[in-house]
Design a protein around this ligand. Structure first.
Ligand SMILES: Cc1ncc(COP(=O)(O)O)c(C=O)c1O
Length: 362
């Protein structure tokens, strides 16, 4: 594991040459000028550095290009009203990154080193953290880069971090994400099976969901709800987010197991809900029962949550088989809005951080 005795070299802080207005940024295509990089070779990590972002040079036989040996993380830096910049629960990302690396047969990076790498990049590109509701999205990534056309784990690994100033993840859910989106229910494909990689952030999990995401987009849906790989009726999670249902004022969510990513936002929503006196029940949820209870008005809200979009409402389910379900009146319900406001309040330093979740970095 790389440890803190490897100094991270850092360039001079960058100035900003693009419009960081969160309303114009969108998500995923604007990059800050620097990135973090460190290579693992011959059993050891090499020179860790933040430097000008550049294209990767890689042998076409690199193992990641053929066998998908790749993992990633997603976390954000938040600019507070007083100008300070905070990370939200970054140690949880460090831990999950290490678990993902082990599952995908790559050397895990030490938690402290991961955190120092993230902090170094955020400090260098601090000027690129947009104002609220914008954020600087951070994308730690690790991949097997050794050239070898043989199915085995790479002995060479690249760990890098990109930083992206971004606005709303779902344009239709508004700048703070507190609006609603439409979700496609995948009934013929799944994203994870028992014993697979659903509970880690392996790039392969996302590769296999792309076709279904595109099908959903054609039907006007911005996320896909995946069901279990057995009978395909049990709710698991969205392609990039966890889900909650509101019934009788309580939050219901499927229990974590090896086909569901343990979302840091999911965990935070559960704790924040309990702080607010909202009952949280983790219980298996059958999609047909849930749809019936939505139609009968018993389930009043459905919620998508993840780092990118924070907490958004789901207003409609479009089943692959043709069933359409409307949830509530189409607007985000009161519990969705309350959880969104509470969580973003903590992330942006407006609400006291009772759990020690935020870390000031700049
Ligand atoms: C499949 C999947 N589920 C859930 C989440 C939410 O996780 P988190 O709240 O840690 O961002 C993500 C995003 O990372 C994801 O990709």
């Amino acid at each position: 594991m790389p440890t803190l005795d490897i100094p991270i070299s850092i360039p001079t802080p960058s100035s900003v040459n693009v419009d960081l207005d969160p309303a114009k940024l969108g998500f995923g295509t604007t990059f800050s000028p620097n990135w973090f990089q460190c290579e693992y070779r011959n059993g050891a990590w090499g020179h860790a550095r933040v430097e000008a972002l550049q294209n990767l040079a890689m042998h076409p036989a690199a193992i990641v290009l053929h066998y998908g040996q790749s993992i990633f993380e997603g976390l954000k830096a938040y600019r507070w009203a007083d100008g300070r910049i905070a990370l939200f629960r970054p140690r949880e990302n460090a831990r999950r990154f290490a678990r993902s690396a082990v599952r995908m047969a790559m050397p895990p990076v030490d938690e402290e080193f991961f955190l120092e790498a993230v902090r170094s990049l955020v400090r260098t590109d601090a000027a690129w953290v947009p104002k609220e509701p914008g954020t600087l999205y951070l994308r730690p990534t690790m991949m097997g880069t050794e050239p070898c056309i043989g199915v085995r784990a790479s002995h060479e690994v690249l760990f890098f971090i990109l930083a992206l100033p971004c606005g709303a993840y779902f344009k239709e859910a508004g700048p703070s994400g507190a609006g609603t989106v439409t979700v496609y229910v995948a009934e013929s494909t799944t994203r994870a099976a028992h014993g697979g990689t659903g509970d880690v952030k392996a790039s392969a999990n996302y590769a296999i969901s792309l076709r279904t995401i595109e099908e959903g987009k054609k039907k006007g849906c911005s996320q896909v709800l995946f069901l279990d790989s057995g009978g395909r009726r049990q709710v698991e999670e969205l392609g990039g987010m966890n889900v909650f249902f509101v019934e009788d004022g309580a939050l219901h969510t499927p229990p974590l197991h090896d086909t569901i990513l343990p979302g840091i936002t999911r965990d935070s929503v559960i704790q924040v809900a309990r702080d607010l006196g909202i009952k949280v029940i983790d219980t298996p949820i059958n999609i047909d029962d849930a749809a019936d209870r939505m139609e009968s008005g018993h389930i009043t809200e459905m919620i998508a949550c993840g780092t990118a979009a924070v907490v958004s409402g789901i207003k409609e389910l479009v089943f692959e088989s043709g069933r359409h379900i409307h949830i509530g009146d189409g607007a985000a319900g009161p519990i969705t809005r309350q959880l969104n406001a509470e969580l973003q309040g903590i992330q942006f330093g407006r609400i006291p951080d009772r759990h020690g979740w935020t870390e000031i970095v700049a």
